[in-house]
Design a protein around this ligand. Structure first.
Ligand SMILES: Nc1ncnc2c1ncn2[C@@H]1O[C@H](COP(=O)(O)OP(=O)(O)OP(=O)(O)O)[C@@H](O)[C@H]1O
Ligand SMILES: [Mg+2]
Length: 370
């Protein structure tokens, strides 16, 4: 049975430095697929270890459904939590066969004989490894080993599965095919999944919701499309999809989810939070994605081409608006352009950041990664 996970002000401090996990509150629905995304050291593994019971919270509470699992005066041991973990390294026992590896958690539970063999065969079939029972981990490919680790999880029938960068050791092709395996795995177990990854594409493709972390905190937890289109802050806008950030003057914001702004010397209609009414005449910060910018339209602002890179299906341009020296915007074009050439760029869309709206001063636009 899937289990909901409730983090209430969960904090983990180690001896030195700032808290590895800092007052995190989040509700993870039963059966949800939640991806955790964030730079190295932001606390992703610490969060998983707290859920699994390999760490004790310094403050706050952890509940599974209505049951207190960890908190003041309470700590349920890891083996009593019915949580399965898959790590980046497969953590299979090399001296055991595939069948013995998958059957191990069943043996611990007292499931033996024909009943164990049937469950092992079922779990292996679910990850497309029927008939691999007698093989040794050493005789498998990286992807196959990771699938054995997943089968071992399946056999446990856990309510919660935690995955810490399970595909990090696999090559690009294998990663893509494993995405399908994970989707099927989630469907089959119905378990609540928390999936740590460095790969934004993977998180976007698989997760019901993505939580973006930074310095021990969750900055935003939203559905992938919302996270991309409506980042709550500049940090999320920059981290997810490399959004460019620029300052704009707000001309009109009637509160219907749209705002008219002046940006790089031209006017444009962009999106803003529904109901938000940033003040006309004030400055706001806008997140611009490559697909918000269109080259060679009749209108738009003038920009200088800084670089032009062939990407196969398109050409990636980095341009600098003449009206905002130092600002770099990435966009996609059908053909290569010469460096130093002046082009016209139209603003088709954009997102007025809720946390940056209506700032008083107007500092120069900031550069963005190419
Ligand atoms: N046992 C420990 N003792 C001291 N500090 C620790 C310990 N475990 C983690 N930390 C610190 O806590 C912070 C968060 O670490 P964590 O492993 O959770 O990061 P992460 O987001 O998983 O990073 P990565 O993407 O590199 O795996 C880091 O600053 C780390 O150095
Ligand atoms: Mg980690």
């Amino acid at each position: 049975m899937a289990v909901s996970i409730h983090l209430e002000g969960l904090t983990r401090r180690f001896d030195r430095g700032p808290a590895a996990l800092d007052d995190v509150s989040l509700e993870i629905r039963a059966g949800e697929f939640l991806a955790l995304l964030g730079p190295s050291g932001c606390g992703k593994t610490t969060l998983l270890r707290l859920i699994a019971g390999f760490e004790t919270p310094s403050a706050g509470r952890l509940r599974f459904d209505d049951r207190l699992i960890a908190g003041p005066g309470c700590f349920v041991q890891p083996e009593a939590r019915n949580v399965a973990i898959v790590f980046q390294s497969y953590a299979l026992w090399p001296h055991m066969t595939v069948g013995e590896n998958v059957g191990y958690p069943l043996r611990v539970k007292g499931v033996r004989g024909a009943s164990q063999a049937r469950k092992v065969a079922e779990a292996l079939a679910a990850v497309d490894l029927s008939g691999f029972e007698a093989r040794r981990p050493a005789d498998l490919s990286g992807g196959q080993r990771q699938r054995v680790a997943l089968a071992r999880c399946l056999a446990m029938e856990p309510g919660i599965v935690l995955l810490d960068e399970p595909l990090a050791n696999l090559d690009v092709h294998l990663r893509a095919s494993m995405e399908e395996t994970f989707r099927a795995f989630h469907k089959r177990t119905g378990a609540t999944l928390v999936y740590v990854t460095h790969d934004q594409g993977e998180a976007m493709a698989l997760a019901d919701r993505i939580a973006v972390m930074e310095r021990g905190r969750i900055l935003q937890a939203s559905a992938p499309a919302t996270l991309y289109a409506e980042p709550a802050s500049e940090a999320v806008a920059r981290f997810v999809g490399h959004g460019a950030i620029a300052d704009a003057e707000i001309l009109l914001a009637p509160g219907d989810g749209h705002a008219r702004v002046r940006l790089f010397g031209t006017q444009a209609d962009i999106r803003c939070a529904a109901g938000a009414r940033p003040l006309a005449g004030r400055m706001g910060r806008v997140c611009l994605r490559a697909e918000d910018l269109e080259i060679d339209g009749p209108e738009g602002f003038a920009a200088r081409v800084l670089s032009s890179t062939f990407k196969g299906s398109h050409v990636r341009l980095v341009v600098e608006p003449l009206a905002a020296p130092g600002t770099r915007l990435a966009l996609n074009a059908p053909h290569r352009r010469s460096e130093g050439e002046t082009v016209r760029v139209a603003l088709r869309d954009g997102w007025l950041l809720p946390d940056g709206a209506a700032v008083a001063a107007a500092p120069a636009c900031e550069p963005v990664p190419a």
